[in-house]
Design a protein around this ligand. Structure first.
Ligand code: IFM
Length: 719
């Protein structure tokens, strides 16, 4: 891996919050935003431990900001180091994608005129997910004198002003300190324990019992040019992990202290090497694309649970407060393929999350008067619906959000990803024990949701939102209806498979899910009679009933712009136009490639692409558009969309990176490269590629795992 560093050479306070997201690091258990160890007034410091949700009005529940383990303050001859005072003479921050280590080098002159070199380094261990570490090295450049390091565990941290924690306890322990807090409503306990050691044998240590922030202090007298190395080691456990987080965190801290920073760092690097061995992609000939893609994969890898199958990956990963840590179809349709093909165990865990949350999906279906499982549009700890009903616009106006009520396609999306996982991994046991139930329960939902329209002799699905959220309350959304039909067909196929492969399981499911022959016959009828607006002459799908009658729009008329078409036309206004937030019909054709010929794809591409708000609509759009364009051999368009998506967070192209990483974009980028530019497909004869590399790409190298066997691809462009 050559291109491994995300580097920042200047400290610009106006970029503070978006860069905090960009420099997020983590290990699948937690994510920590790239705030600075010394802390700043306008920062949005956050550590989000996946699964630790607490209740909050309007958005129901959110991931709770954990005590800020990175906190470390340096005093130079009594002056507190902070970059907004004194002079920053040199500055460089680096995120090493190879091992997740975030470092910063600063030469700073204090207001009193003392110059120091300070180097910070930190990581969340990939080898031991409950272990975190910060190293700080201080070297006086033009003086000798006192350097004091304070390392605290501030527990009074909030989520945008909302304090979820109840203080339980804090204290001192041999060479360390701990804090114990508990979420107010959900009663999750969380404990962080930390130690502070330096390499100065003469250092003086102290403990300060500040309420909510137990603090360890080390004080040294340094000679000119002498480097002091201070290591803060942290362990973190919650009551979701172990029965007694306090005891476990304290015991674990003693073990990691015995290992020391260097050994922990080495173990972390070795664990990362294994992860990259499976998931890395190398692009030669386009350094920017190579780095941006690796960064995207890095962000997916640090957000994905490595041991927990009761959490998913939130839409904004574990990197910010956007969408409150809730999971959407983003996980299954956009991110999961990357994991299925390169980290199948993680993919399995992510799907198990959907299995464990079937209860919430069943409750939702029942509450709405349907059968089976109706998955939440936004899902958190239990699978119950957590989409807010109302959100404020920037001007303070409240708008009703209907997605939790009627954006139904997520149920079929989840079923789709279960089947994809099965096809790619060949994990029959997973399908038998968990996957089949998801597919059958979602099919039961669709069977009860489809409406019979006697006059027209057909089934319909009315009043939904499709992937294009600029239009709500629409009837017969092509994506939704085709996915529902697919879900029902998949359920019948899975039943057939169970009959021969797992008859006992079949018998159990038939009873538990009431899979009578009448019900299955009903599914067949819905499959055959579910309406979708499709014109065989033009080969066009109508996105929903009446879409073609909505007003036409030429997006070029609105250029240049820095806002979405919905912001320009208004929430109600956009509904009147044929303008899409993201691919909808094209998304259908993308997911079901084998079912549609090239002419159909071309016709729908030509119609819908110019009407799609790819620059400021949904961030989910461009990467998929890139994959489709590559499939259609339009490499210029493919690269244009790909690189636009690749810059989403690194360059904050949508202006909302401060809310968190666009994780679906990252997953979409992987798909654009593998299924688009490499043209990977699995046939009966094994994997084949049909490469169409963008101009300048001289090499594309990656691996994928199919049915337990790894396939290496090393594609070169013939010049
Ligand atoms: O799931 C997406 C949706 O498709 C568009 N709005 C944002 C959601 C979360 O990323």
């Amino acid at each position: 891996m050559s291109n491994n560093f995300i580097v920042e050479n200047n400290f610009l306070s106006e970029e503070l919050q978006y860069k905090e997201t960009v420099f997020t690091m983590g290990n699948g258990y937690l994510g920590t935003r790239g705030t600075f160890e010394e802390g700043y007034p306008n920062e949005n410091a956050a550590t989000l431990v996946n699964g630790v949700f607490d209740d909050i009005p309007i958005v129901y529940t959110e991931l709770v900001n954990a005590p800020n383990w990175i906190q470390l303050t340096v005093f130079i001859e009594g002056e507190r180091f902070r970059m907004d005072r004194g002079k920053v003479l040199e500055y460089r921050r680096k995120l090493n994608l190879k091992n997740g280590v975030l470092s910063r080098h600063i030469r700073w002159q204090s207001p009193a005129g003392h110059t120091v070199d300070i180097v910070f380094e930190r990581f969340a261990s990939m080898a031991q997910e409950h272990v975190l570490a910060v190293r700080c090295q201080v070297t006086p450049v033009d003086f000798s004198g006192q350097v004091v390091i304070q390392a605290g565990l501030p527990g009074h941290v909030d989520n945008d002003g909302w304090l979820h924690w109840k203080f339980l306890d804090q204290g001192q322990m041999p060479e360390g300190a701990f804090i114990e807090v508990q979420t107010k409503k959900t009663a999750h306990m969380l404990v962080e324990a930390c130690s502070l050691r330096t390499d100065d044998a003469m250092a003086v240590y102290a403990y300060q019992d500040c309420h909510w922030c137990p603090t360890l202090v080390a004080s040294s007298e340094l000679a000119l040019g002498q480097t002091l190395t201070a290591d803060k080691l942290v362990t973190i456990y919650t009551s979701r992990d172990v029965e007694s987080p306090r005891q476990t965190a304290i015991e674990a801290l003693q073990e990691v202290q015995a290992q020391g920073y260097e050994a922990l760092r080495e173990a972390n690097t070795a664990a990362w090497a294994e992860v990259w061995e499976a998931s890395n992609i190398v692009i030669e000939g386009d350094a920017a694309a190579d780095l941006a893609l690796r960064y995207s994969l890095f962000q997916l890898l640090i957000a994905a649970p490595r041991h927990d199958d009761r959490v998913s990956i939130p839409a904004k990963s574990l990197s910010g407060f956007g969408y409150r840590g809730h999971a959407f179809w983003d996980t299954e349709i956009f991110m999961l393929p990357f994991f299925i093909y390169t980290q199948p165990e993680t993919a399995r865990r992510l799907l198990l999350y959907r299995y464990h949350t079937l209860g919430g999906a069943r409750r939702k279906a029942q509450a709405e008067g349907y059968e089976g499982a109706m998955y939440a549009w936004e899902s958190a700890g239990t699978g119950d619906e957590t989409t807010p009903k109302w959100v404020p616009l920037p001007n303070g106006e409240l708008i009703r959000i209907w997605c939790g009520d009627i954006e139904l396609h997520i149920s079929a999306d989840i079923a789709y990803s279960v089947l994809l996982h099965w096809q790619v991994t060949g994990d029959d046991a997973f399908m038998r024990d968990y996957g089949a139930e998801i597919i059958l329960e979602t099919a039961r939902f669709w069977g009860s949701r489809a409406e019979w329209v006697a006059d027209l002799d057909r089934y319909e699905i009315s009043d939904v939102i499709g992937p294009d959220e600029y239009h709500d309350h629409v009837d017969n959304n092509a994506y939704t209806n085709e996915m529902a039909r697919w879900n029902l067909r998949a359920a019948l196929d899975v039943l057939e498979w169970l009959e021969t492969s797992a008859p006992d399981k079949l018998a159990q499911l038939i009873t538990a899910l009431d899979l009578t022959s009448e019900r299955l016959a009903h599914w067949e009828v819905v499959i055959n009679k579910l309406y979708v607006g499709y014109n065989p002459e033009t080969r066009l799908f109508e996105q929903f009933d009446g879409f073609f009658k909505r007003k036409g729009v030429d997006l070029a008329d609105y250029e240049p712009r820095t806002e979405s078409m919905q912001a320009l036309l208004g929430v109600e206004g956009a509904q009147e136009y044929q303008v899409l937030k993201q691919p909808d019909v094209l998304m259908l054709l993308y997911l079901h490639e084998a079912d549609y010929d090239q002419a159909t794809l071309q016709a729908n591409w030509d119609y819908y692409t110019p009407r799609t708000d790819l620059s400021y609509g949904s961030s989910l759009g461009p990467a998929i558009q890139a994959a489709l364009a590559a499939r259609m051999q339009d490499l210029e368009a493919a690269y244009h969309h790909f690189i636009h998506a690749a810059r989403t967070d690194l360059q904050d192209v949508r202006g909302n990176t401060s809310d968190g990483i666009h994780a679906a974009t990252n997953g979409g980028l992987w798909q654009a490269v593998i299924f688009g530019f490499a043209g990977l497909r699995f046939t009966g004869a094994g994997p084949v590629v049909n490469p169409r590399l963008p101009e300048g790409w001289t090499r594309l190298k990656f691996r994928v795992c199919h049915r337990g066997r790894w396939y290496d691809f090393d594609l070169s462009a013939t010049q």
